[in-house]
Write a protein that binds this ligand. Structure first.
Ligand SMILES: Cc1cc2nc3c(=O)[nH]c(=O)nc-3n(C[C@H](O)[C@H](O)[C@H](O)COP(=O)(O)OP(=O)(O)OC[C@H]3O[C@@H](n4cnc5c(N)ncnc54)[C@H](O)[C@@H]3O)c2cc1C
Length: 377
């Protein structure tokens, strides 16, 4: 299928299936099995995986164009496959051995294997290098002990990509290694699903590794001391997809606020005819277009071969701040109804707040951008 045809297929899938089922998703508290089957049928697990591993082999630009579409629907759908298509598969693609890639990537591309990314800990958030989970060598095995926090999709995971200290005596990244830990091993417990401000139906509990024994071939790339490079490979992919997600969510918010403004009559005319309301809409639209252009520009650079980390941080930072402002303006347009009633705008207002926090907070993106450009000038 030509990419344009696939893009149209995903547009239609979003409009006909994902958006009409959003309220059901919120009520059920999880993406239903039938929607998951449709997500798999529509190949959304395969968009970031090369053809030789059964994926669609799309460029980053194409992945982002698709993201703009399917994230016009609730971000919870995306959350369900995001850890597999981004954080886990991309680290595996660049840092796994051929055997590891052959084992996991075709199953990830077909949606049969869900990956979950386990970096954050109670005492290691933005400062990921301070992680405390240990992986101690014991003959042909490693014994993993530690607590991971906010682990998206943990209850659905078939495999965890776990960052742990293999050498506690080495300060910084050299003492850290990554492991592909099958979720059916003993010594893994999943905590209760915490209640969240938004994105109801997305799950990010704690995961406890208690004397979890993994064979040495679970070590990513079969090399110790890879540090946070594999994690950052996944994170950079995910950051750009989050930027694309913010654009998709903003498009939907703008559409919904215009629909509301056209129907709400005050002073004998629709409020969409009032200049102050129009200003709110035009500010949102202009900023959405700027974020869209920035995200696509970073994606095109990504496709040239070198990961444009600073542009990715800029896109993630700008787009996530943008969508929060768009959500706030959209709610303002609804007046009191935006505060009192449960509707798509209030739901998106809660959902989009997360984008400034995960995959690196806004402050961490600002730090990344400034550190790089200060050095260059
Ligand atoms: C819903 C959800 C899902 C998540 N999913 C995953 C997942 O699947 N896997 C995973 O590993 N992690 C996941 N995370 C973790 C997420 O990436 C972290 O929450 C994030 O990196 C921030 O870490 P923290 O929450 O510990 O905040 P902290 O690092 O404690 O930050 C608190 C505040 O201090 C600021 N701050 C910290 N350091 C600096 C600095 N150097 N300069 C300026 N300001 C600073 C931050 O910007 C923030 O405002 C998820 C989080 C959430 C909320």
């Amino acid at each position: 299928m030509k990419f344009e045809d696939y893009l149209n297929k995903i547009k239609t899938f979003t409009d006909d299936i994902l958006i009409p089922n959003e309220e059901q998703l919120e009520n059920d508290g999880e993406v239903s099995t039938s929607i998951m089957e449709k997500i798999i049928e529509n190949d959304l697990f395969g968009i970031s995986i090369p053809k030789n591993y059964g994926g669609l082999g799309l460029s980053m630009k194409e992945q982002i164009l698709l993201t703009f579409e399917f994230t016009r629907a609730s971000a919870v759908y995306r959350s369900r496959f995001s850890t597999t298509i981004g954080l886990c598969s991309q680290a595996l693609l660049d840092f796994g051995t051929d055997k590891q890639k052959d084992k996991y990537l075709p199953l990830m591309a077909s949606g049969k294997t869900v990956g979950s990314f386990a970096l954050t800990e109670p005492n290691a958030g933005s400062d990921a290098l301070s992680l405390e989970t240990s992986a101690k060598k014991d003959g042909e095995e490693y014994i993993i002990n530690g607590t991971k926090k906010y682990i998206t999709n943990a209850p659905y995971a078939d495999v965890f990509l776990v960052m742990a200290k293999t050498n506690p005596d080495i300060e910084g990244s050299k003492g850290i290694s990554s492991f592909l830990v099958d979720s059916n091993l003993s010594g893994i417990e999943i905590g209760e699903t915490p209640k969240m401000l938004g994105q109801k139906g997305s799950v990010s509990p704690e995961v406890y590794f208690k004397n979890c024994r993994v064979n040495k071939d679970a070590l990513l790339g079969e090399k110790e001391g890879g540090g946070l490079k594999p994690a950052l490979r996944g994170i950079n992919h995910a950051r750009l997809h989050v930027a694309g997600t913010c654009v998709g969510q903003a498009k939907r918010l703008i559409k919904e606020s215009i629909l509301f403004a056209n129907n709400r009559i005050q002073f004998n005319k629709p409020i969409s005819q009032m200049a102050s309301v129009q200003n709110l809409i035009s500010d949102s639209y202009s900023e959405m277009l700027a974020a869209e252009a920035l995200t696509l520009s970073a994606a095109k650079k990504f496709d040239k071969g070198i990961i444009p980390e600073t542009e990715i941080s800029s896109a993630k930072y700008y787009a996530s701040e943008m969508v929060s402002k768009v959500a706030d303006r959209s709610l303002q347009i609804m007046g009191g109804a935006g505060y009192l009633e449960d509707n798509v705008i209030t739901r998106f207002y809660r959902d989009t707040r997360l984008f400034r926090l995960y995959e690196g907070t806004s402050q961490i993106q600002q730090r990344n951008i400034a550190r790089k450009i200060i050095k260059e000038i």
